[in-house]
Design a protein around this ligand. Structure first.
Ligand SMILES: N[C@@H](CCC(=O)N[C@@H](CS)C(=O)NCC(=O)O)C(=O)O
Length: 226
């Protein structure tokens, strides 16, 4: 289907990187609309008219007859996979073990890893280690689990890059920005992060540079450093 695709995004948002990576991996043309979150642009039209959550990413998929609006980054990934199955970013039905693995890792990302994110508390609410309390240890324990998942395999669902990697990798950049030394503390995850950074879609997005600029300007306390 020939669709006109618009992605409402923010240059430093790890959530908004997800649909962009899927679009780039699939070679789909799209228009990027930058929403200045710090200036409250998400609270105003056009975004506030498109989504009740008023968040990025929000994807507008124009089919000619109607515009389909999809928000929640994981939902945008599944939507793009459904609409544009090739090149596939999920293991095939013929490989149910790996397909289940991809589904599990995405579900675990949503239910276990993402809720442990402390980046907002540190970078925006300026909490330090004391205020974060056990949240730091909980997060580090969770990262060890993901380190084990990567032992002996290149990507989260096996030997091919999938939506599971697109789900998880952007969030890992939050922890690096807070001083977590992946290579030293979780070597398999460290090698994985390096592989993700080198991925052509990640390079083409330019996101690593814009996020680095945001982090250097915001200077969050490195609460995850040793
Ligand atoms: N669970 C959502 C989270 C989206 C989200 O938190 N977006 C942030 C930017 S990273 C945002 O738009 N924040 C503005 C706000 O919530 O007011 C997703 O995965 O898309």
């Amino acid at each position: 289907m020939n669709a006109s695709i618009t992605l409402y995004t923010s240059s430093f948002s790890q959530n908004a990187l997800r649909p962009e990576l899927a679009l780039l991996e699939k070679g789909l043309p799209f228009r990027k609309v930058e929403v200045d979150l710090l200036q409250g642009e998400h609270q105003r039209p056009p975004l506030s008219d498109l989504t009740p959550r008023r968040q990025v990413p929000t994807l507008v998929y124009g089919t000619g007859a109607e515009d389909i609006v999809v928000y929640e980054s994981i939902a945008t990934l599944y939507f793009l996979e459904d609409m544009h199955p090739e090149p596939a970013l999920m293991p095939p039905l013929a490989d149910p073990r790996r397909r289940a693995l991809a589904h599990m890792r995405i579900a675990e990302f949503q239910a276990k890893l993402d809720p442990k994110n402390i980046f907002g508390s540190v970078a925006f609410r300026r909490q330090g280690r004391e205020q974060l309390g056990s949240r730091v240890d909980d997060l580090v324990a969770e990262l060890s689990r993901w380190d084990a998942y990567l032992e002996g395999q290149s990507w989260l669902a096996g030997d091919r890059f999938t939506l599971a990697d697109i789900a998880v990798f952007p969030l890992l950049m939050h922890f690096e920005a807070l001083g977590f030394d992946f290579a030293a503390r979780t070597p398999a995850l460290g090698a994985y992060v390096a592989r993700c950074k080198a991925r052509p879609s990640v390079q083409a997005s330019g996101w690593l540079d814009s996020f680095a600029a945001f982090v250097s300007q915001r200077a969050p306390e490195p609460v995850l450093a040793d």
